[in-house]
Design a protein around this ligand. Structure first.
Ligand code: NAD
Length: 331
């Protein structure tokens, strides 16, 4: 199938492109290239690359020509990046979804019927003392503008599916991603701790670190996104799935301890006060396993080891702001 991957040059997108090729699809990357085209170098001769903006219907309509399905990843990712760039955030994370959906379903065009959307478990906020484990039916309570936007986009997809019976979107709520990608992100909790341990032999945790975060390896995420798009419509159309692994429901303290165990001599310092990120939830992940047959293959320990190997061998300038979404000035 010809699959459009919006945000295909990003952290998750690079793995999606690789897996689509592995499974015999033809990926078309559609991206503003905030982080450049360099991350796509290993595959550039085997894919179509379109520079475009999801906020622009003309860009999308041209890109959708001949496309069988979409994996929608494009957006401004993370609470701090959104806070620092509110207009770019709203236009990229909410309005762009509306534009994409309109282009897919316009009756004059009837362009694309199948979309898998990368949403986030951030929509649950902080459920401590309320829910032992979070299912897809647990009430949402987003804490940040980013999480609100992910929820709003989910609703836009589902609302249109309700109105247009031949439109088949699926919302995947991703847990927090870790592991290596050709477009590395060092601002995600596991990768950040790994980087700090490697560089300073010190990890700083704000608060007691007892809040839960749910984690998933970037390669497992990419494989799930592709498997869901390949699944029969009756299984995925209009559905919401968690994308995570229950054995990866860890406290921030546990994540720091795993990383420290892999980098001898690493000290963990707990600063008094509240955590900078108030999210706290444990995610149940049975639904995607039962319906799609997907299983996570990578543990947190493996992800940390892989990151350490890359930090030791790649020789890149790890201070480059391109490796951290929050320090970027979006337009
Ligand atoms: N990484 C995580 O932990 C995580 C967790 C939950 C959900 N998600 C979701 O997964 C998706 C991908 O995240 P990521 O970690 O790969 O982020 P990323 O920042 O690495 O990738 C985003 C990509 O989208 C592109 N982009 C941004 N705005 C665009 C626009 N208007 N038009 C076209 N392209 C645009 C950027 O250039 C970038 O290549 C996002 O939708 C994010 O909300 C990620």
């Amino acid at each position: 199938m010809n699959i459009l991957v919006t945000g295909g040059a990003g952290y998750i997108g690079c793995h999606v492109v690789d897996i689509l090729l592995e499974r015999g699809h033809k990926p078309v990357v559609f991206d503003t290239f905030y982080w450049g085209t360099e991350p796509l170098k290993p595959w550039q001769d085997r894919i179509r690359i379109i520079q475009g903006d999801c906020r622009n219907s003309k860009d999308i309509i041209y890109a959708l020509d001949g496309i069988d399905g979409i994996i929608h990843l494009a957006g401004i990712v993370g609470e701090f990046a959104c806070k620092a760039n509110p207009k770019a955030h709203f236009s990229s994370n909410v309005e762009s979804t509306r534009t994409l959906v309109n282009c897919c379903t316009d009756p004059e065009m009837d362009l694309v019927r199948d979309v898998v959307y990368a949403s986030s478990c951030s929509v649950y906020g902080n459920v401590k003392g309320l829910h032992e484990i979070v299912t897809e039916e647990t009430p949402t309570s987003p804490l940040s503008a980013y999480a609100h936007a992910k929820l709003r986009s989910e609703e836009i997809f589902l609302q249109r599916a309700h109105e247009v019976p031949h439109f088949h979107p699926t919302n995947l709520r991703l847990t927090t991603v870790f592991g290596w990608s050709q477009r590395p992100r060092l601002d995600l909790v596991t990768n950040l701790f790994t980087y700090k341990a490697w560089k300073d032999r010190k990890i700083i945790v704000h608060g007691d670190g007892m809040q839960y975060r749910s984690l998933i390896h970037v390669r497992d995420v990419a494989r799930a996104l592709v498997l869901v798009l390949e699944a029969p419509r009756f299984i995925r159309s209009g559905m919401t799935f968690h994308l995570g692994e229950e054995s990866n429901n860890k406290t921030v303290r546990e994540i720091a301890e795993i990383v420290a165990s892999k980098v001898p001599g690493t000290e963990i310092e707990y600063l008094s006060g509240q955590p900078t990120d108030r999210r706290d939830y444990r995610i149940q992940c049975d639904k995607i396993k039962n319906c799609i047959g997907w299983r996570a293959e990578f543990s947190v320990e493996q992800g940390v080891e892989e990151m350490l190997d890359k930090l030791n061998t790649m020789g890149w300038n790890w201070d480059n702001p391109n490796f951290r979404n929050s320090s970027f000035n979006y337009e």
